[in-house]
Ligand binder design. Sequence first.
Ligand code: ZN
Ligand code: ZN
Length: 150
Amino acid sequence: MRNKKFVECSKCGKYIPIDELANHSKWHSEQESSIDENNTKNLKIVKILEKSRLRRIRIKIEVMTHYGNGKCACVKCGFSDIIALTVDHVNGNGSNHRKENKYVRGNHIYEWLKKNKFPLNYQTLCMNCQLIKRQENHEYTNKHIKEKPK
Ligand SMILES: [Zn+2]
Ligand SMILES: [Zn+2]
């Protein structure tokens, strides 16, 4: 059956039998309109997410600036990329804080700090400095544990 005529579809480049081309292009336009529909739905969701994200970022900046002594930056090294900044409990008892406030987790800590009028003993640290600080504390406890059995 070599005498059947095929045409190259301008949309997907497939060779389509000429008598199916009409159906095939109809299928393409249906696909496209459903993608458009999904996209507008997604765009709406993205916009809503962005709004709440912006609100959260604004709170985060406010909290970081407060605990960064007036600068939205790490108090140790001055790093100022908001994505890598966190609040750190000065005395390292973040676990106590978490126990006291079971519902404060992740980004909610910024809202919590703001709502509680910026409690003392927190500081703005970048991930790097926080990691270094944790490492130092961790090494200390490790040594402590290792030396105990001797
Ligand atoms: Zn096609
Ligand atoms: Zn730092």
